[in-house]
Design a protein around this ligand. Structure first.
Ligand code: IPT
Length: 266
């Protein structure tokens, strides 16, 4: 059996950890994985057609896609089953996605419990469904606490953008008490910006990331973050695809995320 995997930039930690899990579980099951990396969502259609031409039995797509785009790809592949990893729950396709809003809520509630009130967000790109859902969760949780969600900047998931936007968020007249950063790589850049500005983490600023990729426990200080169990997601995707024969009703699974408390928040 062979699986086709269409993925976003593998230089990013989260997608590469998902691919690693997919590859090893597929190998255990005697299945091969053909990987196609796209730089933009628009390239998905070409990638999908190329994989279908190589007669893959099922497809996994880890690219942030808006509902109509995902639905179109699902229809194009039919009857070959496709599972999407980065779509909104509203998309009428098979999906296995982490609960992004819940993740942002857990992060903000943790910061509120530490008595922080001025909680900024360093968001992922506006083009990403998951980044938008994390932003919505941050905003909603602050609103429920009667607080304003004003300080927001947008990065591109890279540490470099975290560094640059971290400088922007920290150069206003009043320093936020805390920053929820939409992924751990950007949090690494924020920490570097803080070090340059002489801002103590967690003394003057608490930082909470998102992902809990393998390096995050080794940041200095070790990063408090929202854990997405990428290995489990990759393994479950393979199980699902190998068991699916196509033509079944849509199956949508939402995976919970958890708060991992380390030393960057106090
Ligand atoms: C999401 C990661 O949280 C983020 O760090 C970045 O790598 C992004 O992917 C790339 O698209 S995880 C995704 C399954 C929502």
């Amino acid at each position: 059996r062979s699986l086709g995997l269409i993925t976003t930039d593998l230089a990013l930690h989260a997608p590469s950890q998902i691919v690693s899990a997919v590859k090893s579980r597929a190998a255990e099951q005697g299945a091969s994985v053909l990987i196609s990396m796209v730089e933009q969502p628009l390239q998905c259609q070409t990638a999908l057609q190329a994989l279908l031409a190589q007669r893959v039995d099922a497809l996994l797509v880890n690219v942030p896609l808006d509902d109509p785009h995902a639905e179109e790809l699902g229809a194009l592949a039919s009857p070959v089953p496709v599972l999407f990893l980065d779509v909104a729950p509203s998309a009428r396709v098979n999906s296995l996605v982490f609960n992004a809003e819940q993740g942002a809520r857990l992060g903000v509630e943790h910061l509120l419990s530490l008595e922080h009130r001025n909680i900024a967000l360093l968001s992922g790109p506006e083009s990403s469904v998951s980044a938008r859902a994390r932003l919505a969760g941050w905003k909603a949780t602050l609103a429920q606490a009667g607080l304003n969600a004003t300080a927001v900047a947008y990065g591109d998931w890279s540490a470099a953008s975290g560094y640059e936007k971290g400088h922007v968020l920290l150069s206003g007249a009043a320093l936020p008490d805390a920053i929820l950063v939409a992924n751990d790589q950007m949090a690494l850049g924020v920490m570097r910006a803080c070090a340059e500005k002489g801002i103590a983490i967690p003394g003057q600023l608490s930082v909470v990331g998102f992902d809990d990729t393998a390096d995050s426990a080794w940041f200095s200080p070790p990063l408090t973050t929202i854990r997405q169990a990428f290995r489990e997601a990759g393994e479950r995707s393979v199980e699902w695809l190998l068991a699916s024969s196509g033509g079944e009703a849509c199956r949508q699974v939402q995976l919970p995320v958890t708060l991992v408390t380390r030393h960057s928040s106090a």
